[in-house]
Design a protein. Structure first.
Ligand SMILES: [Zn+2]
Ligand SMILES: [Zn+2]
Length: 449
């Protein structure tokens, strides 16, 4: 069994020219791939060269569900800068990757050869260096698949990895490849390459277009851990979940990668199941890009829409302190109430018109500036006493003498209004504390009522 480490110099890796043969073989005789891939590993002696210095050095693992319409393209960015791309949508995903600051892919995974997962992959291979490529070894008859295979064959330096159970390091995160149903025993969706991503206590499971058969297989194989994040299988189809799978995984957050489609995705039954088992469900068709920022302690924050790209383009705005959404530790209790920033004023409108939980945008926090200068607040956090936090996107500015409003619910931020993206009220009507932290985690201002 090979355990290639994506960024560990000295680890063995399959020989490039042999891996090229593996690609050619996949076209004609997919069945032999398992044997080939297994025999390749012991031959390997080539150390993986050290990478260029990581472009970021914070402690956040980023899982970004790119808004590629109906399809999947999930970008993983390790704290040390390594990248993996799981599927590449149907169309051209390269501009989105560039927006995210991605210039190379360490590990490219095709979950299964359907066009809404591999359509954009040839473009990725033609546009940036890719080090490792993984698929399930199952060929397909489409022109899209043939194009992908040609692009791979033209790049012998890419090392092929078959999706057999193994663990791959992605910086300080790891990817466990889950066992697949036997080749030929089921359809493409039910042999989707599936991975469990781990970063400390943060766990995520991504499994392409898995349907009931594959999800049941994972539960029976006891490979489904308690999850922080679940990528809804098969675009929120009602065959993309089972109750036993969800009850085993107990995800805190579910993300559905879905666009306009004729299948009725996401299905009401799936939405209800996710609502019943997870804290929140996000959808790329409603929220645009969805980025889940995971931390070692299991805490996570969600950034969405235009905020995802702007956070990527503003390196300094990257958080150095974990945002506390999803964490248990209360922060506001430790807040010193003295020495506030006298140039900022904060107020909370906690009582929304009507039922607060049905009108989360009816409650909001207003931050006013009496400062004569603009203040860059990208990377700052606004938290309630129970540690529900909002992370201001990179590039956010509180203008001199101006003010911003942070609503609890969802909406498009416009530089004046921001949205915490929550479905339920956050600010207690009978008393709470709003604390504003700067990028370093220092308290700028705390307001109790
Ligand atoms: Zn699909
Ligand atoms: Zn599919």
């Amino acid at each position: 069994m090979s355990h290639p480490a994506i960024d560990s110099p000295g680890q063995p890796t399959p020989h490039p020219t042999r891996s090229r043969r593996a690609f050619a073989t996949a076209a004609i005789l997919a069945v032999s791939l398992t044997a080939l891939a297994t025999t390749l590993a012991p031959l390997a002696t080539t150390p993986v060269p050290a990478q260029t210095p990581p472009p970021q050095s914070d402690s956040t693992l980023r899982v970004t569900f790119l808004d590629v319409g109906q399809g999947d393209a999930v970008l993983l960015q390790a704290p040390e800068g390594q990248t993996a791309l799981i599927d590449a949508g149907r169309g051209d995903v390269v501009p989105l990757l560039r927006e995210m600051g991605v210039t190379r892919i360490d590990l490219l995974i095709a979950t299964h050869p359907h066009a809404d997962h591999i359509g954009g992959m040839t473009g990725v291979l033609e546009s940036m260096p890719v080090r490792f490529y993984m698929d399930n070894g199952d060929p397909h008859t489409t022109a899209t698949y043939s194009r992908l295979l040609s692009a791979l064959e033209a790049r012998p330096a890419i090392t092929y990895l078959e999706a057999t159970p193994r663990t791959i390091s992605l910086g300080s995160a790891s990817l466990e490849v889950l066992p697949l149903l036997p080749r030929g025993s089921t359809d493409h969706n039910n042999r989707s390459v599936a991975v469990v991503l781990r970063f400390g206590d943060f766990t995520a499971l991504l499994s392409g277009d898995s349907e009931v058969q594959q999800l049941t297989h994972f539960v029976n194989q006891q490979v489904v851990p308690k999850l922080t994040l679940l990528k809804a299988a098969h675009h929120g189809s009602d065959n993309g979940f089972t109750w036993s799978f969800l009850q085993t995984a107990r995800p805190e957050v579910v993300v559905i990668s879905v666009g306009r489609n004729g299948y009725g995705h996401p299905r009401p039954a799936a939405l209800e199941a996710y609502a019943a088992t997870a804290g929140e469900t996000l959808r790329t068709d409603l929220h645009g890009h969805v980025q889940v920022q995971g931390h070692r302690d299991g805490a996570y924050a969600v950034v969405r829409g235009a905020q995802v790209a702007s956070a990527a383009s503003s390196g300094r705005a990257r958080i150095t302190q974990p945002p506390i959404i999803g964490a248990e530790t209360p922060v506001a209790d430790a807040t010193p109430m003295s020495a506030p920033n006298t140039k900022l004023r904060l107020s909370v409108t906690a009582d929304a018109p009507g039922n607060d939980h049905q009108n989360p945008n009816g409650e909001y926090v207003t931050i006013e500036s009496m400062d004569a200068r603009d203040i860059a607040i990208g990377g700052w956090r606004l938290c309630d006493r129970a540690s529900h936090c909002f992370l201001f996107p990179g590039g956010a500015v509180l203008e001199a003498g101006g003010r911003i409003v942070v609503h609890t619910g969802t909406g498009q931020p416009d530089g004046f209004r921001y949205y915490m993206g929550r479905r339920q009220a956050v600010w207690n009507n009978d008393g709470d504390t709003a604390t504003l932290f700067d990028r370093s985690g220092a308290i700028v201002l705390a307001f109790s009522y």
